[in-house]
Design a binder for this molecule. Structure first.
Ligand code: ARG
Length: 461
């Protein structure tokens, strides 16, 4: 196939090079953005008189037909035409004749590819934002059902203090709300239209960039042509926001994997979101959670690969940048699939409230409350800490819990102890009294959920 840029060449491209530098195998995915961008460009060329109005019309009609044909699976792209941009132009010219050769007036693939990628990422950001809201809604519902589900809170994965599952889940609600903010912010910065930057130095054609911006629904146009073609920040921002999101997913998934184990038995995953073993008939594995945890690595890898690819690149376009796409597509696919499976997995998960409460009762999760009790009676906290440490040691030695100790035994360690200590160490009391904003008390978490619902309905608008 003769090259669109073949004029100054005397020899055919080496067959291996042709294959090596062609991106059509993956950037074909941008066909819709490429064609919509080309339509806007053609319309503007006609309006500004750079080409004839009739010519613009023919180009637009041809592009429209091509779009339908691609969508109907009737088009085969050519490796020889290198990438989606030149495939579209070649196919258009085959369809509409020589006028097709005018489409690329005042444009370079360098600003074209930046445009396509931004259009793509804007759409996908909206999809991700949408899916994140679905996840947040599921979390709010689950948290509400478990406002009073007492469970052990951990530090160092050692039992620490009692909390509720509702409280625990609302921690993830906050994380995902920040993720949402990061993606929404990325969307704002991606919303700047680069076409008109040309190869690197703009163009002498009297293009109307505003017109293209409006047709393609961008908020603004880029203000420096070098930056317009060199910038891949929107992609890095997407990939880093995705990495942080996946890190949150992996923490949640890890907890679910632990909770679903026989040792914890805090939750039971629905059969639809679990899988079996080929040899051990009894097994039911939390594969979805494990896979999301595992896929976190590839999303980090995509970010690292993109950062490394862009490092030290001189302005403006360099062929290295073609490497940005597979990382972007893979990140989009991984994040969306993770969201699409995580949300229903959470929504169908059964909570074993009795086991959670049982877990909270062990491990001296109320020990801090005993120390606080003494401190409230003016025993210096450091002293109180030491007294309770000794009480805990005694209990461990004797195989008992703090609730079992008689008041005389308490008094042997401090005369400040009174009968009211038993109320204070009740696990449910420990949770209910933690009413400070951010704390696990059901009333506090209920208020948090309420404000979360308000946020959710405002974002849904
Ligand atoms: N396929 C290229 C990419 O994805 C498009 C831009 C190519 N520009 C160029 N001058 N080779 O980056």
């Amino acid at each position: 196939m003769s090259k669109l840029w073949g004029g100054r060449f005397q020899k055919e491209t080496d067959r291996l090079v042709e294959d090596f530098h062609s991106s059509i195998s993956f950037d074909a995915r941008l066909y819709a953005q490429d064609i919509r961008g080309s339509m806007a460009h053609a319309r503007m060329l006609g309006e500004t008189g750079v080409i004839g109005r009739e010519e613009a019309k023919i180009l637009i009609e041809g592009l429209k037909e091509l779009l339908h044909e691609i969508e109907a699976g009737k088009v085969e792209f050519e490796v020889g035409a290198e990438d989606i941009h030149m495939n579209v132009e070649t196919l258009l010219t085959m369809k509409v004749g020589d006028v097709g050769k005018k489409l690329h007036t005042g444009r370079s693939r360098n600003d074209q590819v930046a445009l396509d990628a931004k259009m793509f990422i804007k759409e996908e950001l909206k999809n991700v934002l949408h899916l994140l809201l679905d996840l947040e809604k599921t979390i709010l519902n689950l948290a509400e059902e478990n406002l009073e589900t007492v469970m052990p809170g951990y530090t160092h994965l050692q039992k620490a203090q009692p909390i509720t599952l509702g409280h625990h889940l609302m921690a993830y609600f906050e994380m995902f709300r920040r993720d949402y903010g990061r993606f929404a912010d990325t969307l704002k910065r991606a919303d700047v239209m680069p076409l008109g930057s040309g190869a690197l130095a703009g163009t002498t054609f009297p293009l109307n960039r505003e017109m293209v911006r409006e047709e393609l629904d961008f908020a603004a146009i880029t203000l420096n042509s070098l930056d317009g073609v060199s910038d891949r920040d929107y992609l890095l921002e997407f990939e880093s926001s995705a990495s942080i999101l996946m890190m949150h997913f992996s923490r949640l998934c890890e907890e679910i994997i632990l909770w679903a184990s026989d040792e914890f038995s805090f939750v039971v995953l629905d059969d639809a979101y679990s899988t079996g073993s080929s040899i051990m008939p009894q097994k039911k594995n939390p594969d979805v959670a494990e896979l999301i945890r595992g896929k976190t690595g590839r999303v980090y890898g995509n970010l690292m690969g993109s950062l490394a690819m862009l490092k030290s690149l001189p302005l403006a376009y360099n062929k290295d940048m073609q490497e940005d796409k597979e990382a972007l597509f893979d990140t989009v696919d991984t994040v969306k699939k993770s969201l699409l499976t995580l949300t229903p997995m959470l929504g169908t998960m059964k909570v074993n409230k009795a086991n959670m409460a049982q877990g909270a009762k062990g491990g001296f999760t109320n020990a801090t409350d005993v120390a606080d009790y003494l401190a409230k009676k003016q025993v210096p906290f450091r002293e109180a800490h030491s007294i309770v440490g000794q009480l805990v040691f005694k209990c461990i030695e004797e195989g008992r819990v703090l609730e079992d100790l008689a008041i005389e035994e308490y008094r042997n360690y401090s005369t400040v102890f009174d009968e009211d200590i038993y109320e204070v160490i009740d696990i449910y009391e420990c949770v209910e009294k933690r009413v400070l904003t951010g704390g696990p008390a059901p009333t506090t978490v209920a208020a948090h959920i309420d404000s979360g619902r308000t946020w959710l309905s405002n974002e849904r608008l």
